[in-house]
Design a protein around this ligand. Structure first.
Ligand code: PSU
Ligand code: MN
Length: 323
């Protein structure tokens, strides 16, 4: 299947292809047109998830890993009001330097950022939306949003979960952080009809730790097996997304206890300072980074790179199935 068959090239602008109101980088356009593997990447992880300059360095390294493993990386963000599928080095640098001055953009924020002509770093939900629009079925990130602790009363449930329920993109992540309520996050994903699979494990990983105490409904052991799962989902037209959870590489697990106590402290601080809504996740991520003196950042970088490696392999296996 040629993923981009539906589109035709309408206009060329500084080497990017304009499709409707989206811009697609030329290498991504070519790959999609020929059914070659592409991996979508989000940008809130760059602006709000890591400090500068590690965010820029990691973004570039993640793209390089995707390329080395046979797929084309497509980092997605909104720049000057234009949704961009694929950022060049200058654009990546601009976003990394903007940091939290870029607007954290979830699905609900997209119209506003576009209409205002501003810069938006896309979260998992907004990135999935754009990836799906241009026909990218695979998306790699670090961790996704979920049901926040006490979400049963605050109703703070990330739009990442509802997006997974309605957008057919497979998200490769290291599970969800224990800043969230993991059992309720999995319940909510079931309600949304989202297939959750764990990679080479029977347990759902908790980002900094390979274990969460929660069993997954489905286990996959190879990129090919993952690809068959995604292919079945797409062919059946279920319309929902998929979460492929890849545990953090073993050598970083030892930092788990230090990080867990920092998470507990950050959660208490957030409560005292009354940090809520879409400010909660960035606040918690930044505080955990500070409190662990960079230990959590190093672990975060390692797992994102590992996810990029696995995600690229899955994208290649899926493209082979779809040829
Ligand atoms: N979790 C992380 N790192 C991140 C995020 C979550 O470990 O960078 C970001 C992602 O962009 C995710 C978003 O989609 O936070 C979720 O935010 P919220 O909880 O406000 O929905
Ligand atoms: Mn929220």
């Amino acid at each position: 299947m040629k993923l981009m068959r539906v589109f035709d090239k309408r206009e060329e602008d500084q080497n990017d292809f304009i499709l409707g109101n989206l811009k697609i980088a030329p290498d991504i356009y070519e790959a999609l047109l020929h059914g070659n593997p592409v991996v979508a990447l989000e940008s809130t992880i760059i602006s709000h998830g890591m400090p500068y300059p590690q965010n820029l360095q990691t973004a570039k390294e993640v793209e390089a890993i995707v390329r080395e493993n046979g797929a084309v990386p497509a980092t997605i963000a909104i720049l000057d009001g234009v949704p961009c599928i694929g950022l060049n080095n200058a654009q990546l640098e601009r976003l990394a330097k903007l940091g939290i001055n870029a607007q954290k953009t979830s699905r609900r924020d997209i119209p506003h950022v576009v209409a205002a002509g501003s810069n938006g770093a896309t979260t998992v939900s907004a990135t999935m939306f754009f990836a799906s629009k241009v026909g990218i079925p695979i998306f790699v990130t670090g961790g996704i949003g979920g049901v926040h602790r006490h979400g049963e009363t605050t109703m703070d449930i990330s739009s990442d979960l509802t997006e997974l329920g309605k957008t057919p993109v497979a998200v490769i992540s290291a599970g969800v952080k224990s800043i969230l309520d993991i059992p309720r996050t999995l319940e909510y994903l079931e309600t949304q009809g989202v297939t959750v699979a764990a990679y080479k494990t029977n347990e759902f990983p908790a980002f900094f730790s390979g274990t969460s105490g929660c069993k997954v409904p489905c286990r996959v052991d190879t990129p090919e097996q993952c690809a068959r799962l995604i292919h079945a989902n797409l062919k059946l037209g279920l319309g929902s997304g998929m979460l492929i959870a890849v545990p953090i590489p073993e050598k970083h697990v030892s930092a788990g206890n230090v990080i867990e106590s920092a998470i507990q402290k950050s959660l208490e601080e957030a409560k005292l300072k009354n940090v809520t809504g879409n400010a909660a996740t960035p606040f918690l991520l930044a505080r955990v980074n500070e409190l662990t003196g960079g230990v959590s950042l190093a672990a975060n970088i390692t797992l994102v790179k590992n996810n990029a490696f696995v995600g690229a392999k899955i994208a290649v296996a899926l493209a082979n199935l779809q040829q």
